[in-house]
Design a protein around this ligand. Structure first.
Ligand code: NDP
Length: 509
């Protein structure tokens, strides 16, 4: 029996003392409270105490935010501002985020239950993305063609698409908004942003940061509120031109439907159930470490979680033993402890959902060979890292996104079989292939239908590389060199110079 998770109350007191505790909405350049006085009180999932309070936007604030974003786009300076000036604002924002990194990381830890060391890395990654977006802002080009004959010239402009609704989930609160907002701003768009009602603090703080960085009023508006009440109208309102959404596949489908009547552009990052395929000639120590990381990083509450271990039969026993030994050593604990690698799940409801998946797998005959149950703790929702071994690929536990620290292990004999298992689900976000053989890695990477495939690594990322999913993992891409262009519309200027051939009326001699 393992010792209960230890909490040091001085750590929590210090973290709470560092944070403001109360966060207003940000509309038209000003911090505002909700007209009806409604508020959201967030109880930290790990510590069980109130960690933040924010105004809950209602229809009045939603309307004001959408109107401000529309006005700032149609009449404001931002879409016409030079790329150099937009880049300066984004760089200033990046500097301020960096200066406030410890505060932002602490907010995400308190509200989501993720480990502080990981949250710090996420904020550092976010700063890098804001700077990358600032660089891309300067490099936004249209196109031209001179090959249509001597009297014709084609110029293709890239205009900002307009008002963008940005809706984000709770698992990477500050990182995910940073994968969207700076690129929309770099393109000259205006935005209304809605974080998850469970993790809004760090996104609301961004309002102050942007105002202090010189972003004009109305260009970015940030609302805290619930999905059906605030998020849904943000996807259907005719004042919005584009929706970028990260969250569940279920709500992603509802978003597409809501955006259809006004034919908005929709970009979506949704769920995943990602394969880690391990061949016997892999560097087994590295593969085991990466597999444990891939499965349990962010307590598995990660669209990119490598939760399907597809292991060659010749090394499956050794891999399983190594995985169990490594996973059993992973430090699960107080997210405010620097040494913690896995924190609390986001809520009691989500804990029940995740354990419900494990219980269903047991009932279906799967073998839970590691973890599977709650870890003792005075507060929080801590689940032991869990491995379900020898699962049949057809079982629900091997196909459905669990969004918790739960991996399933399946065996294969041939690369074709590994590809079939990897592709045999509805999702296609990411995968990895582990082998020292180039043909094996590249061959399988080309067969797997997913947006990112790693070779001999897992969940590495860079702002330069596009991120997104095939099939029910999403639509469109974020990051990468096209990340700003994705927030633009192409406009063709077709020019004629010199005498034009008459359609009907001959020219007077
Ligand atoms: P949800 O889809 O429930 O919520 C995501 C966001 O959408 C939240 O801000 C939520 O608001 C909002 N929302 C809820 N209902 C509606 C609606 N009808 N219209 C518009 N917006 C709505 O997902 P979770 O936050 O629970 O996140 C977990 C899921 O997200 C997982 O399935 C995971 O796979 C996926 N995900 C995918 C990622 C990717 O990059 N592919 C990254 C992260 C998560 P509120 O919470 O305030 O109700």
């Amino acid at each position: 029996m393992t010792a209960p998770i230890h909490f040091d109350p001085t750590r929590l007191a210090a973290a709470l003392a560092r944070t403001p505790g109360r966060y207003p909405l940000f509309i038209d350049g000003k911090s505002v409270e909700a007209a009806d006085g409604r508020a959201i009180e967030r109880i930290g999932p790990a510590h069980g105490v109130v960690v933040s309070r924010y105004a809950h936007a209602g229809p009045i604030e939603l309307d004001r935010a959408l109107a401000a974003a529309r006005r700032a786009f149609d009449h404001g300076p931002w879409p016409k501002t030079t790329a150099a000036e937009r880049a300066r604002v984004l760089h200033r924002a990046a500097d301020r985020i960096e200066a406030d990194a410890e505060l932002i990381a602490t907010l995400d830890v308190l509200e989501s239950g993720k480990p502080i060391a990981q949250a710090r890395a996420e904020i550092a990654g976010a700063v890098d993305i804001w700077r990358y977006a600032a660089g891309l802002a300067r490099d936004l080009h249209g196109d031209s063609t001179t090959a249509m004959g001597e009297h014709k010239l084609g110029i293709v402009l890239r205009d900002p698409i307009g008002v963008v609704s940005i809706i984000t989930p709770w698992n990477f609160p500050f990182l995910i908004v940073s994968q969207k907002l700076p690129f929309a701003l770099a393109a000259g768009c205006t935005a209304v942003v809605k974080p998850s009602e469970m993790t809004s603090a760090s996104t609301l703080l961004l309002g102050e940061i942007l105002a202090a960085s010189g972003l004009p009023d109305g260009v970015c508006n940030i609302l805290a509120g619930d999905g059906p009440g605030i998020g849904a109208p943000m996807t259907s309102d005719p004042r919005v031109d584009m929706v970028t959404f990260t969250g569940s596949t279920r709500v992603g489908k509802a978003t597409m439907a809501a955006a259809a009547p006004t034919l908005k552009k929709v970009v979506m990052e949704l769920g995943g159930k990602n394969a880690q395929v391990i061949f016997p000639d892999a560097d087994m120590e590295a593969a085991i470490d990466a597999a444990v990381f891939g499965a349990f990083f962010n307590a598995g509450e990660c669209c990119n979680a490598g939760s399907r271990l597809i292991v060659h039969r010749d090394c499956a026993d050794a891999f399983t033993a190594g995985f169990i030994a490594a996973a059993a050593r992973v430090r699960v604990g107080d997210p405010l402890d620097e040494a913690t690698r896995v924190g609390s799940l986001i809520s009691p409801q989500h804990f029940d959902l995740v354990t419900g998946h494990i219980d269903a797998a047991r009932r279906a005959g799967a073998d839970v060979v590691l973890g599977g149950g709650r870890l003792a703790a005075a507060t929080g929702h801590f689940l032991a890292p869990t491995l379900v071994a020898a699962a049949d690929p057809a079982m629900a536990i091997a196909r459905d996104e669990v969004f918790g620290p739960v991996a399933t292990l399946m065996r294969f004999d041939t690369p074709a079989e590994a590809a079939a298992i990897a592709n045999g689900i509805d999702y296609g976000l990411s995968a990895s292939v582990w082998s020292r053989d180039f043909d094996t890695c590249i061959g399988l990477s080309r067969q797997i239908r997913a947006g990112t495939i790693w070779t001999n690594t897992f969940m590495d990322g860079a702002a330069e590389l596009p991120f997104g999913g095939f099939r029910q993992s999403g639509l469109g891409r974020e990051l990468g060199r096209n990340a700003v262009a994705d927030y633009t519309e192409e406009k063709t200027l077709h020019l004629h110079c010199g005498p034009r051939t008459a359609w009907w009326t001959p020219r007077a001699a």
